[in-house]
Design a protein around this ligand. Sequence first.
Ligand code: PSU
Ligand code: MN
Length: 306
Amino acid sequence: MTHQAPLTFAPEVRDALDRGLPVVALESTIITHGMPWPQNLEMAEKVEAVIREGGAVPATIAVMGGRIHIGLTPEALRALAQTPPAEAMKLSRADLAVCIANGRTGATTVAATMICAHLAGIKVFATGGIGGVHRGAETSFDISADLQELAQTPVTVVAAGAKAILDLPKTWEVLETLGVPVIAYGQDELPAFWSRASGIKAPLRMDSPQEIAAAAAMRAALGLRGGQLVANPIPEADEIAQDQIMPVIEQALSEAAAQGIAAKAVTPFLLGRIFELTEGRSLDSNIALVLNNARLAARIASAMAA
Ligand code: PSU
Ligand code: MN
């Protein structure tokens, strides 16, 4: 028995892809597990609007009723945003096929969104922050599947760096080992999600969407597998300085350890606690950086389509 990937395209996305117009993929775990209702819906709607303003078509990706949806209707987006985290599967490479085969609903992480975007023929994807090497990974072995995915699936991912709750130096080391180009946009230093600075020099720097598009095309021409990570610093007006966010992260991390939070629950728990401890400021910054990444992704997608 052979199967075809069960993709359902929003008509607008199908049309744009058929005509070679710029399309930007968006993930859905950030909606179900990364942000609380109703800010998650506001963010999801705004991010789509920003991509349209940038001259590209947004394609939010999720698994619903056993099909991969490439682009969601406003009603489907709302329904997803209202789904409690416990009811939507958090899908990575490991669980994507099971979720679909069982006819279930799930939100796609960076890894799963890359897989689905590639199946759909979409080359650019905007998110907040990728998963990475968790602190204490030397004993927990908790390393996000996002990193392996960047090494094998040809999609350009625009993020504000890796989430600062992670072990950032180890995350960058693993990406280097896996042969993933990590490109800081417009600065020499890698950004650290809520902050522009990380103190870590970026392995690569680019200053225009055209250069990023050309680099992706060259990777393909050389027959190199995998995508590239564009690390786009949060706008200055929206950042939380490192010395302010770090103590909050430390507290959230020690609470997670004390409560025995593990595996897939770690990232959502930490983001939720940091939201509470900053009285919502971390969420405002998170939304601002996602919008900023969407803007850049639309420009990269346009450069690739040109
Ligand atoms: N970026 C955010 N919020 C999030 C995530 C990213 O601003 O919630 C999600 C992404 O879907 C990413 C996932 O792929 O967290 C990483 O989870 P893990 O560490 O369990 O691999
Ligand atoms: Mn993990």
